[in-house]
Ligand binder design. Structure first.
Ligand SMILES: NC(=O)c1ccc[n+]([C@@H]2O[C@H](COP(=O)([O-])OP(=O)(O)OC[C@H]3O[C@@H](n4cnc5c(N)ncnc54)[C@H](O)[C@@H]3O)[C@@H](O)[C@H]2O)c1
Length: 323
């Protein structure tokens, strides 16, 4: 068990609000640090919405026949010990106990763990860590939820290399409850273990990433996979249905790359191609050699054709497939 009790989440955006809510749901003393009054105006509605989302999810879980049922939210409860009223009481308590704070020194003054979940902008994160470093007590562990910036790019300015690492969540953490725990070269084993324990205590399934790797585990697999599918179609090698069938029938996987694109949404997919083709090290060196002839321009053009036609994916009724 970790000795973490007081948690501060820096940033109350999509992920910051989810992480804070989930930690509070699991009984931690949680403060969200925000930089301005206007940030409060943007974060509070996210927390209101999360409360409703948890309540709806708990209702939906009543109909689940097994822990692999799509309605089951592993972040909310164990299948064998599910008590809907108890879960609702925990969600209600999370909502009322969460604190919002604008004063950084006050927020982190007694923190056991600070989770940085601010916008993915290197300079802004650097400025934040620099400001934060002298304000934290010695005991504080510091993690970043950054998806594409390596934790080592900030180690120097954290002022606590041994107590600093990455804790990376997936969106919709009450449901997609994986947490990738990634060390940088100077992270102490003790800190790594404490963060692994904490992830479990907030009902995540902790996945150890023992050394730094852009894309952690999931995106190191998923991004090259999606790029590969897209490239086959963008270069006229085949069509979305056939690529998906090849993958699903050949491996037994539930979805092919184009079905995944439709779920994620094609605008997000476009942004992923735009962003990840530039992330150094996302693709491992062996794969990189195979992917050198990849035509990212054609990949983006293909997505743009669908986007411009309003075919944005499952949510809009049509993407690569009709729903
Ligand atoms: N959205 C996802 O699916 C997802 C998944 C995993 C990890 N992440 C990571 O989580 C982090 C946050 O992503 P998000 O999707 O929640 O972003 P978001 O844009 O929804 O939220 C960003 C938050 O950071 C705050 N912020 C921005 N600049 C700031 C500054 N200079 N000082 C203080 N606060 C500042 C904003 O006010 C906002 O509350 C990123 O590092 C991202 O890579 C996102």
């Amino acid at each position: 068990m970790s000795s973490i009790k007081k948690v501060v989440v820096a940033g109350g955006g999509v992920l910051g609000s989810q992480i804070a809510f989930q930690a509070a749901y699991c009984g931690f003393d949680v403060t969200i640090w925000l930089r301005s009054e206007s940030s409060i105006g943007r974060t509070q509605p996210k927390l209101d919405k999360l409360k409703t989302t948890y309540f709806d999810a708990i209702e939906g879980m009543k109909a689940a026949k097994s822990p692999v049922d799509p309605n089951w939210c592993r972040g909310i409860a164990e299948f064998d010990a599910f008590d809907a009223e108890e879960c609702k009481a925990k969600a209600e308590a999370a909502y009322s106990n969460l604190k919002l704070e604008l004063d950084l020194a006050k927020a982190v003054g007694d923190a056991d763990l600070v989770i940085e979940s601010m916008a993915e902008v290197q300079e802004e994160k650097t400025a934040f860590f620099t400001k934060l470093a002298p304000l934290m007590p010695e005991k504080t562990l510091l993690v970043t939820n950054s998806s594409s910036l390596l934790p080592s790019s900030f180690t120097k300015v954290t002022g606590r290399p041994g107590k600093y690492l990455a804790l990376h969540f997936a969106n919709s953490i009450w449901k997609q409850n994986i947490a990738e725990v990634m060390a940088q070269a100077e992270t102490a084993q003790e800190s790594f273990d404490a963060v692994m324990d904490f992830a479990q205590e907030i009902r995540m399934i902790p996945l150890p990433v023992n050394k730094e790797k852009a894309g952690y585990l999931l995106n190191s697999l998923l991004i090259p996979f999606l790029f590969s599918g897209l490239d086959l179609v963008a270069n006229g090698v085949s069509d979305p249905e056939s690529v998906d069938k090849a993958w699903k029938l050949g491996t037994g996987a539930p979805r092919g790359p184009f079905e995944i694109f439709d779920v994620v949404g094609l605008t997000t997919a476009y942004n992923i191609v735009e962003k990840y083709q530039k992330v150094p090290g996302i693709i491992n060196p062996l794969l990189k050699k195979m992917m050198l002839p990849y035509n990212f321009k054609a990949q983006k053009a293909l997505l743009k054709k669908y986007i411009d036609a309003g075919k944005l994916g499952r949510a809009s009724g049509e993407g690569f497939y009709k729903y």
